[in-house]
Design a protein around this ligand. Structure first.
Ligand SMILES: C[S@@+](CC[C@H](N)C(=O)[O-])C[C@H]1O[C@@H](n2cnc3c(N)ncnc32)[C@H](O)[C@@H]1O
Length: 566
């Protein structure tokens, strides 16, 4: 629940040197013209931020003077940029008007058309921020958060659980009630489809409410703290000459807005096992410091051993409790009929084990696996419920019996969906992940003759398919950059009955879904609203990353009836 302005103490970001100036408008600062940056169409943070800045200024111009146009980058903000702007490292007071899709507050400085990006703030906050960098090509300025002057009704600083919050770059939202975080993440999905899909609004269905994570802290099964190398000249380091460490360096995560690592002894979004591992690894690095010449990244990955309880009465002094009696390197979780023993693995080649309901997954510790285990039962159940057509349409069309799991990793979808399909084919570019997928298929008793995995680029998938698209559903779960054109082109030609697109970057997901729904030049009659053969059945976010600005998107697409679909 948000607290009232009265009972929230202003918080100040650590280490900021305060130097007030009057709204940043009294000094004129001229800066060198920056190189024109290349147009980016990659769903990067920068691109997403630029889009949010453009839309915010456009909204403001409609409210103020409808004649202004901020859509082409050459804005009043840009011309103002060459005039009176606050000097870098000066401080400026701002009122935040909205949260960007990158998790930062956006504020328009009074009487200007320039947007200030202020991390760790909420809409309605009046804050002091330190100017870091003005951009010339786009009318926005990056700042550091310094202090809350007047808190937003949405802010509740009593919720903050980490002493490094507002300094560490890991979390953005600890001061926001969880329901507010979920609402905001729904708007991220909405804005992504509005601004990145290139589709008209009538082809985008209402985005459903974001599904929350059962654990909002203590959920991350993998963390990778790091430390920098000893000081020394860059030229020496390039020649391989490294000084020895004279003291234990900060071990932790990046300070927001810098390339500096800050010392963090504990991270409350990690699971108990990962937090335990973080303590030991810090001690180990300190003890073995003389063996390090450079900085390093430490791997902390949870692994689970599931131990059945004996059949005897668990309330008596049972042998089960002794068999898993607490050791100082194991976290025990009682799961009714069995106990989960959680340990922290630090060797990237070691095997880790994870359970989702009763499915078991093994993985090399250094390879990809979704790192919020608490939400995976709900998430995989949701995909199971949506992957096939609703019962009312299923009887009138060819039965879907085949699953293609593109970007399969170690087989999360193939394995959790296997009971719905006769044949499944998973493909991933990572050899170790495909080796794990094959092992996992066996561990979960998937019939060998019905499950195939390929270690290859996803775009090579279509050459090896010998079943019809009309009887197939394709799950796509690519990395943040999304799918490449060759993959999408072949997917449209293969023409599966349904596509379920899962992504940790809803902007590249919206871009790719826009191609499947809007059509692709030379494949299905060219582009144009609704020229593609797919339509969006549903869109929804899942909060895999509480306290942060990230959201996982699930888009379900079906082939249009006139293209032979449901
Ligand atoms: C977000 S992960 C998804 C993995 C899996 N679906 C899961 O949920 O565990 C993306 C996967 O794409 C794989 N990948 C990246 N580029 C690829 C490509 N060009 N072709 C096939 N797989 C690729 C990575 O190895 C990684 O396993």
């Amino acid at each position: 629940m948000a607290s009232s302005a009265a009972n929230v103490a202003p918080i100040e970001s650590n280490g900021s040197k305060r130097r007030m100036c009057d709204g940043g408008r009294q000094k004129s600062y001229r800066f060198k013209k920056q190189k024109t940056s290349k147009p980016t169409k990659d769903g990067s943070n920068e691109e997403v931020l630029i889009e949010d800045v453009r839309v915010l200024l456009q909204k403001q111009s409609l409210e103020d003077t409808p004649a202004k146009d901020y859509t082409n980058g050459e804005t009043e903000g840009s011309s103002t940029a060459t005039g009176a702007l606050p000097e870098p490292f000066s401080e400026i007071d701002l009122t935040v008007s909205e949260l960007s899709s990158t998790g930062d507050g956006l504020a328009i400085a009074p009487d200007t058309s320039r947007v200030y990006v202020v991390p760790f703030t909420a809409p309605g906050d009046t804050v002091t921020a330190k100017v870091i960098k003005h951009f010339h090509d786009h009318p926005y300025t990056l700042t550091d958060f310094v202090k809350v002057q007047q808190p937003s009704p949405h802010r509740d600083d009593t919720l903050v659980q980490c002493p490094y919050f507002a300094k560490c770059s890991g979390c953005q939202f600890q001061m926001l009630p969880y329901s507010y975080q979920l609402e905001h993440k729904k708007t991220i999905v909405e804005k992504a489809y509005k601004n990145f899909s290139n589709l008209p609004p009538e082809l985008i269905p209402p985005v459903e409410d974001t599904i929350g994570s059962p654990l909002q802290y203590g959920y991350r099964t993998k963390l990778t703290p790091h430390f920098d190398g000893p000081p020394g000249k860059r030229s020496d380091k390039r020649k391989g000459i490294h000084q020895a460490f004279t003291e234990v360096p900060p071990i932790g995560f990046m300070q927001k807005g810098t390339r500096r690592t800050i010392d963090i002894e504990d991270c409350p979004i990690g699971t108990d096992a990962v937090r335990m591992g973080m303590k030991w690894e810090r001690k180990r690095v300190a003890a073995e410091l003389s063996t390090y010449k450079r900085g390093a990244t430490l791997l902390l990955r949870e692994s689970t051993k599931r131990v059945p309880k004996p059949l005897q009465d668990a309330t008596t002094n049972s042998a089960a409790d002794e068999s898993v009696a607490a050791k100082d390197d194991v976290i025990l979780e009682d799961r009714g009929d069995y106990v989960d023993e959680k340990t922290c693995v630090t060797n990237s080649n070691a095997t880790t084990t994870e359970y989702i309901d009763n499915f078991v997954f093994e993985n090399p510790a250094g390879s990809f696996f979704q790192n919020n285990n608490s939400i995976l039962p709900t998430f995989t159940q949701y995909i199971r419920e949506r992957i096939l057509p609703p019962a009312s349409t299923a009887t009138t069309h060819p039965k879907i019996t085949n699953l293609i799991d593109a970007y399969s990793g170690s087989g999360l979808f193939t394995i959790t969906l296997s009971s719905l399909f006769v044949r499944s084919l998973g493909i991933d570019i990572s050899g170790p992940s495909i080796a794990s997928a094959t092992t996992n298929a066996a561990l979960n008793n998937l019939p060998r003759d019905r499950t195939t995995f390929l270690a290859a680029d996803a775009a090579n998938l279509f050459a090896s398919i010998d079943f019809p698209g009309a009887e197939t559903v394709v799950v796509i779960d690519p990395p943040r950059k999304g799918c490449d054109e060759s993959f999408l082109r072949q997917l449209i030609r293969f023409s599966p009955a349904r596509v379920v697109y899962v992504s940790c970057n809803v902007h590249t997901q919206a871009r790719d879904v826009g191609v499947l729904v809007g059509g692709m030049e030379g494949v299905d009659g060219g582009t144009g609203p609704g020229r593609g053969v797919y339509e969006i059945e549903s869109l929804r976010g899942f909060d895999f990353f509480p306290q942060t600005g990230h959201v996982e998107g699930v888009a379900v697409l079906r082939k249009k009836a006139e293209a032979g679909g449901e």
